[in-house]
Design a protein around this ligand. Sequence first.
Ligand code: URA
Length: 435
Amino acid sequence: MINVVELIERKKRGQALAPDELRALLGGFLSREVPDYQMAAWLMAVVWRGMTDEETLALTEAMVASGATMDWPELDRPTVDKHSTGGVGDKTSIVLVPLMAAAGAAFVKMSGRGLGHTGGTLDKLEAIPGFQCELPLEQMRAQVARIGCALVGQSPELVPGDKQVYALRDVTGTVDSVPLIASSIMSKKLAAGARSIVLDVKIGSGAFMQTREDARILANALVRIGNQAGRQTRAVLSAMHQPLGRAVGNALEVREAIDTLRGDGPADLWALTLELGAQLLEMTGLAPSRAEGEQMLIRLRDSGAGAAKLAELIAAQGGDARVVEAPETLAAAPVVRPFAADADGWVAAADARTIGDAALGLGAGRMTKADAVDPAVGVEVLARIGDRVTAGQPLATVHARTDEAADAAFARLRAAFRLSPESVPAADEPFEIVR
Ligand code: URA
């Protein structure tokens, strides 16, 4: 029997615990022998004292061992995975997954639902009529063997320990700890079984990490766990000061993802998709270099192979694949109103967090886990930081269920956009790669 008080005391003094002590602590918590208050005390000690790399890996592996794990011996393709730390307008997976499958990889992307100002890939996909995110495991395996990809919900059988620990962290002020975040994210990636993993760590107002320094620390922690666990892992630091692409809201984002696969999407979304995909292609050896990986992705987009693979994926998961040819048939909101600049100037802010809140207020996201989302509503952001605009020019388009909802979104957009009388540089920063 472990002495939990001693483990809490040692962590409080900043000492490292041994892997078997961490396994026993987590195991005790999951079997209800260690009560919530002791686990919470230990979590708070970790928030203040941190964990060594060895401890973080041991906790991650103990989390993985709390449930089932997947591997893919039947596949003759390299397995890949991706995780984003979350942002506003981030529909990258819907573009990247089919392109990577068309490139010859096997990509099982398990995603979440949106909560608060960040959207979730599952909510976006469910804007496609009929699309099923919850697939029986055997059906998913058969689909991946047949078409190379699946876009599904997080399987409850994988890493159940993370769910329990996260629920306690959520109510004890212990979410914001790099080793705890890193072990939570990486345990789910390791359990899903892919051999090459790319992590999109976002920086800015719409992101978990507000500064480059913090994002770099998290990226390093994630990459170290992945590599130490024997997976090829890299992170890409990307900006989230303003939304990614133009569309924020579920059907609007699916439409933008389809446009991007057809060569007609926003430049920032395509650039991020290329970077994440080229890193994966280089890691798997499907491309001999990052640059050649990028060329491969461009060819797959231009030939229509990426869009065709998305149609195949949608059909395989019960959705109406005709949306790929006719994205204008996706749900549309009855009230569509331009939000215009009130002066001439340069866009100094198009704050991701506040625009995410405007979309949430329209019904595109959920405040509590039980809320339903409206697929049709959202915001299209038409002006980016650094753009020159004139009075009366639309900065955004609001897609709302009612005029009242549109008015409320306008109030938020007034706070989100700031115009400067002097020129402002564009906010797009080069990607930083952590490996
Ligand atoms: N996302 C996760 O999956 N876990 C965390 O702890 C934080 C963000």
